[in-house]
Design a protein around this ligand. Sequence first.
Ligand SMILES: Nc1ncnc2c1ncn2[C@@H]1O[C@H](COP(=O)(O)OP(=O)(O)OP(=O)(O)O)[C@@H](O)[C@H]1O
Length: 220
Amino acid sequence: MGYLGINMVGTPATPLCKIQRTPSCTPGGPKVSEEKILVTVRMRPLNRKEQAMYDLIAWDCIDNQKIVFKNPNHERPTIPYTFDKVFEPACSTQKVYEEGAKDVALSALTGINATIFAYGQTGSGKTFTMRGISENAIKDIYEHIKNNQERDFVLKISALEIYNETVVDLLNRESSSLRLLDDPEKGTIVEKLVEEVVQDSQHLRHLIGICEGIERIMST
Ligand SMILES: Nc1ncnc2c1ncn2[C@@H]1O[C@H](COP(=O)(O)OP(=O)(O)OP(=O)(O)O)[C@@H](O)[C@H]1O
């Protein structure tokens, strides 16, 4: 299992936006009517190797909110799991972004602290999806900045990887493992984490590339 995420810290100028959540949510049922968390599932298509082995997709997408485990043995009843949105294997990353991440990404520009993260087992598609989401978010954020020239925006980036309980600064891999500290005002912080001021969209892509390169080197 792993996580891949983007945190965006907005200036605290406007009230928090709340995302409406569907009345029935996995697994607790209709407990929450309004939430700030949107949970979506993206199903990955079978890759060539899986197709060659005649693997089958184990989950059925009943509608755009429910998935159910295909149970050929009928040993247990099939229980549908409900999410805010389910994206089928054929769904494009563009659609996943538009319907599952765009509002959250752009909310950072109106003063809201926003986080988008992917969670799933190895090979489930976290990197694939998050790359597409980052690229779309960069385009939209810079489009917004272009259309709002009367305002000043300062973008900063920091990136870290937690692997085997070691915190690594992906923008400064020479540094030793970083410490997590509790700050009375900011909450949990990562000591000495590098924060780069971003000049433009190309610079941002370049910095993300550095982080990804380091990530690849570390996992080989
Ligand atoms: N929606 C998709 N459509 C087509 N190919 C996909 C999709 N999602 C993932 N893949 C492909 O599946 C493979 C595994 O995806 P990816 O590397 O994103 O997984 P991961 O969850 O980040 O894995 P790990 O945790 O091991 O880093 C890659 O070759 C990727 O291109």
